[in-house]
Design a protein around this ligand. Structure first.
Ligand code: ADP
Length: 382
């Protein structure tokens, strides 16, 4: 690598996560380049290329012009990732780590091997096996497609295997071994997320564990730190995520989604090996935001501090609603009433239910911070 001003990071995927790496890259003097799936995407400000991330030649071509390749999503196929590594490209996170974020069955297997707490689970290949699991778990279970799910798509609570018969059919048609993941229906008090970062040379950093609220399978709100998490819970969550980062050899930011069960256990639900919705608060509420930390980590630079500016940060997602019009049309009302709230706009068309932005409020009184963030988001929402 030459001087810092000449360091180039290539991001595969042009969504809002790539977009939010842009200001952090500008501050650090990093030349950020994005391989976007199509024109007009959220990260178009840095998208110097449009191309298919499943095509090895396209991705190799893009990678040749950067020092490090990283990601906005986890969908780049393993053979493309391996081709990058084989041709000497620095890829963070690398394919060996990323496969555990690409395939929920592999993830469950590996976490179980590492002795980490996960819901009771099984790999099922037939309707009969699935019915057996359901019968031995009080007649109910959660079935997941191992690949390609997001925002709750590919996750279904079932009381009989017949309810997901078409999933078996689809998977078999793809020519892959027709296996689904089935898990116990966890009785959780709340969902938590633990974000950490790890450099290739081994240094790690953890933000405080946060509470996440999902509505209809989509993250709607994050409170940092998670209320009533000081002490043991914070330690356990950080410990689990750091064990995963090290055990799986993750480089960059890692998000570990957790369940806090009604009987006070902490179980791992999901992994994301990139900046994550549960860490957006850190852009405004922490000494080092997750997008800056991700760039530092993939460039193997010393990690930034993870202390918080205020006692509390609350992030509320802004989703596209039924009313047409740009987010900026509603700025005046939201901003005039809530001047301490930070507004983030992803520059996306506001289709209903789509994440088009978020707001973050930070301060020392939780009730005030929650109110401010929710009220500002409500003005922007419809
Ligand atoms: P996705 O990859 O779509 O985000 P997840 O595996 O994170 O899918 O599941 C989406 C949501 O479904 C979770 O946030 C949680 O609310 C619920 N869920 C997932 N697994 C379980 C489980 N084993 N028990 C209870 N609820 C679950």
């Amino acid at each position: 690598m030459n001087g810092v001003h000449e360091v180039r990071v290539g991001v595969i995927g042009g969504g809002q996560l790539a977009r939010m790496m842009i200001p952090a890259a500008i501050e650090l003097g990093v030349d950020l380049r994005v391989l976007a799936e199509q024109g007009g995407m959220s990260a178009q400000l840095a998208a110097d290329r449009i191309g298919d991330y499943t095509d090895t030649a396209t991705v190799l071509d893009f990678a040749r012009e950067v020092d490090v390749v990283t990601f906005d999503h986890e969908h780049v196929p393993q053979d493309v990732l391996r081709a990058l590594v084989d041709s000497g490209v620095q890829v963070h996170p690398g394919p060996d780590a990323l496969r555990f974020a690409q395939d929920k069955l592999l993830m469950r297997e590996r976490l179980s091997e590492l002795g980490l707490p996960v819901p009771d689970w099984a790999k099922v290949e037939t309707l009969g096996e699935l019915d057996e699991f359901i019968a031995s778990h009080n007649g109910v279970a959660v079935v997941k497609t191992p690949r390609g799910g997001y925002d709750g798509k590919g996750v279904r609570v079932v009381r009989g295997a017949a309810e997901v018969a078409e999933w078996f059919a689809t998977i078999a048609e793809d020519g892959r071994p027709g296996a689904l993941l089935v898990e116990e229906l966890v009785e959780f008090r709340r969902e938590l997320a633990q974000l950490v970062a790890r450099r290739p040379s081994g240094e790690v950093a953890a933000w405080p564990v946060v509470e996440t609220l999902q509505v209809g399978g989509v993250c709607s709100e994050v409170i940092a730190p998670a209320p009533r998490s000081a002490g043991k819970l914070a330690d356990v969550a950080a410990d689990v995520a750091l064990t995963i980062a090290e055990g799986l050899g993750v480089t960059g930011v890692l998000a570990v989604e957790l369940f806090e069960t009604t009987d006070d256990r902490v179980l791992v639900n999901e992994l994301a090996m990139r900046p994550h919705n549960s860490g957006h608060w850190s852009m405004d509420g922490s000494t080092t935001g997750q997008f800056e930390q991700h760039l530092r980590a993939v460039l193997d630079l010393p990690l930034g501090g993870t202390g918080s500016h205020g006692e509390w940060s609350v992030m509320v997602n802004v989703l596209g609603g039924p009313v047409e019009g740009a987010l900026t049309d509603r700025y005046a009302e939201a901003m005039s009433g809530h001047p301490t709230v930070k507004v983030h706009n992803y520059g996306k068309a506001p289709r209903p239910g789509r994440k088009i932005g978020h707001v973050t409020a930070t301060g020392d009184d939780l009730d005030t911070v929650v109110y401010e963030a929710r009220a500002a988001a409500a003005f922007l929402q419809d």
